[in-house]
Design a protein around this ligand. Structure first.
Ligand SMILES: Cc1ncc(COP(=O)(O)O)c(C=O)c1O
Length: 423
């Protein structure tokens, strides 16, 4: 039985070009980059400087504006706890969104227990084009002079919604609140430039864009380098004391290669995954009556909102122009490889059990073992039953048209069998 991997939000296959590029930095150049007293250590340190510079450039930052971590969870923890708990932090309010990943929600719970006021904003549930998007008027009402930090994800890991960053950034600046974005699902998938989107801090993870697992980073806006951040991991004082521990040099090398490939091929890759996403959606709709989309509809115009750091018109589907943020096939409201659908009257877990050859998910990877229905689907107005009857498909670089057609076939058949048992 050939397996079909459609869970590219949970993680991606490490690109073989990335693995090839990493091998010499395990087998030959394995010295500790901190050991600058000898030549092997200095060679690794020089390579890391080069990679750091390239990664920073790709994301709009300066070389010293990248802190490498073990992944997005650690980066987000460093941003949220590091900003809120710094002794110079006098503000006591944090603003975020209900649809965030647990990497954000759990540190927020801790801050709440420590006496911070945490406001979790709701999202759009009605307008099909902007489902899951936060409401700028609401955020304007929530942020004030006591707001230390605003944390809003760029692209949602379950329903793919991209948030309206320029408007958000302007409000944060006006009140002197620090803006962090969990860009884990967006880096390498859509144009992400920390200056363009106007965030102070940005978290990413390499294994989401065909890089290795166990490495990610916190990016700091060039104008925000003096933000006080309390380190969360103490030890050897590496990375300007912000994150102690021997640098994962081979991970940094892999990240640089993976990000460079992702950025250089973004236009073609967006077309590829968006067309497979469209195919899956249309093939599933043919087979399953009453199938519903979870998250924003990606066809049709948006109402002139500022989205994802630029005018929506610049990211509308259509021919690529010369603008650095324009990618053909990319709709400004939704990540191109994301499809999340609600199968009427059946349970998503039961459906998955009937299609063991498909790797899909019924929620985020970190919560898929939990009995609770997805908090993201509940936040966009799905009932518990609807949320339990939903599956998330993450389409990626290595998927093919024939896989998508096969996936639609087996899901159609499994659904027909399963729905015979329900009234
Ligand atoms: C939006 C989002 N944030 C954070 C994480 C955690 O990433 P990592 O596995 O690198 O810790 C994930 C992973 O699923 C994610 O999708």
């Amino acid at each position: 039985m050939d397996e079909i991997y459609l869970d590219n939000h949970a993680t991606t296959r490490t690109d073989p070009r990335v693995v090839d590029g990493m091998l010499p930095w395990m087998l030959d150049e394995y010295a500790n980059s901190g050991s600058t007293t000898h030549a092997p250590g200095r060679r690794v340190a020089a390579k890391l400087d080069e990679c750091r510079g390239n990664i920073a450039k790709h994301l709009g930052a300066e070389s010293d504006g990248i802190v490498f971590t073990s992944g997005a969870t650690e980066s987000v923890n460093l941003a949220i706890l590091g900003v809120a708990l710094h002794p110079r932090q006098k503000r006591r309010k944090i603003v975020s969104v209900v649809t965030e990943h647990r990497a954000v929600l759990d540190p927020l719970k801790r801050l709440e227990r420590l006496g911070f006021e945490v406001i979790r904003l709701g999202v759009e549930t009605q307008d099909p084009a902007t489902i899951g998007m936060l409401n700028i008027d609401e955020i304007e009402r929530a942020i004030d002079g006591d707001t230390a930090l605003v944390s809003v994800m760029l692209g949602n890991n379950e329903i793919g919604t991209l948030q309206p960053f320029s408007a958000l950034s302007a409000i944060c600046r006006q009140h002197g609140a620090i803006l962090h974005t969990d860009a884990t699902q967006s880096v390498g998938k859509v144009p992400v430039d920390i200056v363009g989107i106007g965030a102070d801090l940005l978290s990413f993870s390499s294994h989401k864009f065909y890089g290795p697992k166990g490495i990610g980073g916190l990016v700091i806006h060039p104008d925000s380098m003096s933000i006080p951040i309390l380190p969360q991991i103490l030890g050897g004082g590496q990375q300007q004391n912000l994150r102690s521990g021997t640098l994962n040099s081979v991970g940094v090398v892999g990240t640089e290669i993976a990000l460079t490939i992702a950025i250089e091929t973004m236009v073609e890759e967006t077309e590829h995954v968006a067309s497979l996403r469209d195919l899956l959606w249309s093939e599933l709709k043919k087979r399953i009556e009453g199938l519903r989309l979870n998250g924003p509809l990606w066809t049709g115009p948006l109402r002139g909102q500022q989205l994802h750091g630029q005018q929506s018109s610049r990211l509308q589907p259509g021919p690529t122009d010369s603008g650095s943020h324009s990618v053909a096939g990319l709709h400004p409201a939704r990540l191109p490889g994301n499809l999340n659908v609600c199968f009427p009257r059946v349970d998503g877990q039961s459906l998955m059990l009937r299609v063991p050859q498909l790797a899909v998910s019924s929620g985020s990877a970190c919560t898929s073992s939990e009995p609770h229905p997805s908090h993201v689907l509940m936040a966009i107005g799905r009932s518990e039953d609807e949320a339990r009857g939903s599956l998330r498909f993450g389409i990626g670089r290595f998927n093919t048209e024939s896989e998508i057609l096969r996936a639609a076939d087996v899901l159609g058949e499994a659904y027909a069998e399963l729905s015979r048992f329900v009234a």
